[in-house]
Ligand binder design. Sequence first.
Ligand SMILES: Cc1ncc(COP(=O)(O)O)c(C=O)c1O
Length: 364
Amino acid sequence: MESSLEIAVSPATNPVEPDRLAEILAAPGFGQHFTDHMFAAEWTPEGGWHDARVTAYAPLSLDPATAVLHYAQEIFEGLKAYRHGDGSVWTFRPEENGARMVRSARRMALPELPAADFVASVDALIRADERWVPDPDGEKSLYIRPFMFASETFLGVRPSRHVTYLVIASPAGAYFAKGPKPVSIWLSEEYSRAGVGGTGAAKTGGNYASSLAAQQEAIDNGCDQVAFLDTVERRWIEELGGMNLYFVHDDGTVVTPELSGTILEGITRSSIVELCGKLGHRVEERQFSVEEWRDGVRSGRITEVFACGTAAVVTPVGTLKWRGGEVAGATEEAGPVTSKIRRTLVDIQYGRAEDTFGWMHRVV
Ligand SMILES: Cc1ncc(COP(=O)(O)O)c(C=O)c1O
């Protein structure tokens, strides 16, 4: 489907100087620097989506009674633009992010932005800020953050009648400076992330706000990331604070927790389901318990554990710790299946391998 959004473009009058830009792109970090422009559009019940524009990146001026500041009616997305060796710029399955944003909007009573308009908005911002897309060395990219929030000024619990949609972008460096290193995981037994009928499958800020105390507990216990359990039986593995999980078995089968409505349907996760089929691994999407994780690693039946998401693509998982115990990682480094999946995905994203799935979308 084609986008019908009419996008007005007003170039920034004060763009970052080329020397400063080169300095930023040499070591961008993550989420530290923002490009010269942003995309914006407004929604009202009467006018639908309107006033779509690419304009200079600038602070927002919000009334203290702006609804999102009180009731958190907000959703967001995250994807990346990759520069290929020939200078062209591509995104990875952006229509999937657009479709997920529609599902998040439904759950959070926000207006739906058609996926084609989502892709058009991301493309428009990348074209305006093309010089901010780093060269591909060291897996650098331009991280894109589309988001939508209740921008009506009122106090009261009802869906906002004014919604603002913005897209901003930030250059991102290699997630791992020295190659993928296993992350250690804290099992959150006290806090949960999402319950049945809740907002776990939506990409909404509140899910992340409620995960912070658990993430802090992970750090206090010497771990990098937190893993959440289901809220009913407190034994089924759901996901990490910002990544989905995969368990590789000694017969080559890979298992990932099923989409129960309480975890985020990661685009990396679903790409890996397809990729594993092609690489000859049997994939099981099913309930996976914490005992199965502990026992499987101890017995050697689980040979590798990894997490996946847009930011790091694929991250090996090491030690699992909980109050009163721990089980060491299945591998010291990224295992062979983890490495193969990571390399295959990254090569497709950077145009170094043929995109037989039709996942890449050319922007420039
Ligand atoms: C809670 C959560 N789970 C999983 C993911 C992975 O999703 P994706 O592969 O679409 O980046 C993310 C990251 O967006 C996330 O925030």
